[in-house]
Design a protein around this ligand. Structure first.
Ligand code: MF3
Ligand code: CO
Length: 287
């Protein structure tokens, strides 16, 4: 791209005054053999505005759930709340019909790692820990986040794994800044999980997000410091480690084809933030 042409990002500013310096810097990393992001996953200012609007609704859904969730509620009711709030705000739940997924939200309880399917037969019990994973499409722009909820008084075991998961995500977030690598986030998360005697699920991870639910890159939380894709301003992806009490091994429900359980029946906990890499760090778009 010529220095005086309008920048590829659509800002209307000349390339030399917009993304040229960043592109030059990326090129140096690429020449060293590093994995670098393609322009197609670097969001433009206009796209970032759209993503923020989608993400605001996504956070609104999680807040709506947070105000209502308690013992005695069925996970089907959570699904209804998600539908009510999302459609009520002119958006669409991204999970519904995603690769055949039958509901609008994932509700994963205790030994369920992820992709728990809401059902009128599943009633939240005092002592449960449950992940509610919400994804929203507004005007074609995707957002995605999940929280852990403790139902009433939970065991010390449950309390600890939820706390450590929060810490893992925050430590990962602190590494989410330009010119770091995805492996820096992973290493911060994995080290903290291991220091607490936990493991991180390996084959299911995070993802780029924006114009599609799951964009490049795949985001692992077990890769070494300094490895994997270079982070540059305008990238949007999720930080969503699955922390297991025991082994990281899991299996998928044979009957529904979705729900993932811990192999050893131990607890599993997950928190998901969707982040935007900025000029000097990261902005959490929804959590
Ligand atoms: N929200 C999940 C994620 O973090 C994806 C759920 S896909 C579904 O990527 F089909 F199970 F809903
Ligand atoms: Co996600």
């Amino acid at each position: 791209m010529e220095r005086n042409e309008p920048c590829w990002c659509g800002s209307g500013i000349k390339y030399k005054k917009c993304h040229k310096a960043m592109d030059d810097k990326i090129k140096i990393h690429a020449l060293k053999g590093e994995i670098v992001p393609h322009h197609s996953i670097i969001k433009t200012p206009a796209q970032i505005e759209k993503l923020k609007a989608s993400a605001a609704i996504n956070t609104g859904v999680l807040d709506y759930v947070a105000e209502r969730i308690k013992a005695g509620v069925s996970t089907e009711e959570i699904n209804t709340w998600v539908n009510d709030y999302t459609y009520g705000h002119g958006a669409i739940p991204a999970d519904l019909n995603y690769e055949g997924y039958p509901k609008s939200v994932c509700t994963s309880i205790n030994n369920e790692v992820c992709h728990g399917i809401p059902s009128a037969d599943i009633i939240l019990q005092e002592g449960d820990i449950v992940n509610v994973d919400v994804s929203t499409i507004l005007d074609g722009y995707f957002s995605d986040a999940s929280r852990m909820f403790k139902i009433g008084k939970v065991s010390e075991r449950a309390e600890k794994i939820v706390r450590v998961t929060e810490e893992c995500v925050e430590l990962g977030l602190a590494q989410a800044k330009p010119w770091n690598h995805l492996g820096d986030i992973a290493d911060a998360i994995n080290s903290h999980a291991q220091a607490n005697g936990y493991s991180i699920v390996e084959d299911i991870g995070g993802h780029g997000i924006g114009l599609a639910f799951h964009e490049d890159p795949f985001v692992s939380y077990v890769t070494p410091k300094g490895s994997e894709m270079l982070l540059v301003p305008g990238m949007t992806f999720t930080i969503e480690p699955m922390v297991n009490e025991g082994s990281p091994d899991f299996f998928v429900d044979e009957d529904n084809g979705w729900t993932v359980y811990t192999e050893d029946d131990g607890l599993s906990s997950q928190i998901e933030y969707m982040v935007l890499i900025t000029e000097d760090g990261a902005e959490v778009l929804t959590k």
